[in-house]
Design a protein around this ligand. Structure first.
Ligand code: IMP
Ligand code: MG
Length: 369
């Protein structure tokens, strides 16, 4: 997964596949042209890599030149006549192969045909590495097509998104994020968040981001952010929100092809909730829901004491410590309930019952989003 400006792209066509397509294209063309020496005309900027690799594979002599298209706003009523910048060669009687990186709507081809109409060429043939049949709106025959692709935006191997991506040796396809489902999972200690998160991530193909796990991972692997976080922890200070957000950002970017995320253990404050919102907006996405597992205190105490018998966690063994943890949860998080409720994103779910029943209740909320 790569990021260019604000968009994400996933690997789509490998360098090897491109190489094979260009080899085939070159050999088919050479076979058709026999001993004729073609003039290969690359259309800049996008076609520079295609042309460079293609002519190396062309097994016979050929000439190479480049042009750039400029839409020329004519003075006459026949406006929008295209202009080729750089065509300074007499092409009379020659076989010209216009070599494109990609043919999309085919509008560029209209201009190209218009210009070459006046050049008295012997033959004009169109070749392209990529072709989007579903986007193509013209009738011009395409003589040589390397790879047909769906009507989705691609970058790499000469193709750019706002100037970036041309230098990539392989091709990437836009990653659409509109359908992401991002949840904040909430619940007091003992509510069964971990258990339910495991079911939900399987069912909806979500990535579970537990802040605790992310911290432990970064510290253990001594990442730059982990080392930074540890320096605060070692001093007994709270890790600044920005450091946590940067770690979450890294997790989100690592999993940019996920259907969405389950955030667990974060946010804990209004400021963190705002930072998380900003993070998701920067990914063209959003938090869709805060789902809180609701369990009565008495049941939580019972569950945690039960867990304490086997977990060995000291804070699961003592009833008054447990009651304090539960109380602290409600003291600290009540405000977050309001934060999400104000955006109509708060969903309380009854967390008492069998694991399956609770999964069903959670799924009902998610399916309705
Ligand atoms: P046309 O729509 O066939 O005229 O293509 C016009 C130009 O749009 C191409 O030469 C490319 O520069 C650009 N283009 C079309 N589709 C893509 C794409 O998926 N990625 C990057 N550039 C594209
Ligand atoms: Mg182009």
């Amino acid at each position: 997964m790569i990021q260019l400006h604000d968009k994400y792209f996933k690997p789509f066509v490998s360098a090897t596949q491109i190489d094979r397509a260009l080899t085939l294209l070159a050999h088919n063309m050479a076979k058709d042209l026999g001993d004729e020496i073609p003039v290969i005309v690359g259309v800049l900027n996008g076609a520079f890599m295609v042309v460079s690799d293609f002519v190396k594979k062309y097994p016979k002599p050929c000439e190479v030149t480049f042009v750039k298209l400029a839409s020329y706003q004519g003075m006459q009523s026949t406006n929008n006549v295209a202009q080729l910048i750089g065509l300074n060669q007499d092409l009379t009687g020659r076989t010209v192969i216009v070599l494109e990186d990609i043919i999309d709507t085919g509008n560029t081809l209209v201009h190209i045909h218009e210009v070459f109409k006046n050049e008295s060429v012997k033959a004009l043939k169109i070749a392209t590495l990529f072709f989007k049949p579903d986007a193509y709106k013209q009738d011009f025959k395409l003589h040589y097509v390397g790879i047909e692709i769906p009507n989705k935006f691609i970058v790499g191997f000469g193709l750019d998104y706002n100037g970036l991506g041309r230098n990539l040796p392989e091709v990437y396809q836009i990653k659409e994020t509109e359908h992401m489902t991002n949840l904040v999972l909430f619940g007091p200690p003992g509510a069964g968040k971990g258990t339910q998160a495991n079911f939900l991530k399987e069912k909806y193909n979500l990535v579970h981001i537990s802040t605790g796990d992310v911290f432990r991972y970064n510290i253990k692997n001594e990442t730059a952010l982990g080392t930074l976080a540890k320096s605060f922890i070692d001093k007994g200070a709270l890790v600044p929100d920005q450091v946590t957000i940067d770690m979450l950002n890294a997790e989100v970017e690592k999993n940019a092809d996920a259907n969405g995320f389950i955030f667990d253990g974060f946010p804990r404050t209004n400021a963190q909730a705002e930072s998380l919102d900003k993070l998701m907006v920067s990914k063209n996405s959003q938090i869709n829901a805060m789902i809180a597992l609701e369990v009565e205190d008495e049941i939580l105490v019972e569950r945690l004491l039960e867990r304490g018998k086997t977990s060995g966690r000291a804070d699961d063994a003592d009833e008054s410590i447990i009651r304090n943890r539960v109380k602290e949860y409600y003291d600290k998080t009540a405000i977050l309930k309001d934060y999400y409720a104000n955006q109509n994103k708060y969903f309380g779910v009854n967390g008492v019952g069998s694991i399956e029943d609770i999964t069903v209740r959670l799924s009902a909320v998610i399916d309705a989003l």
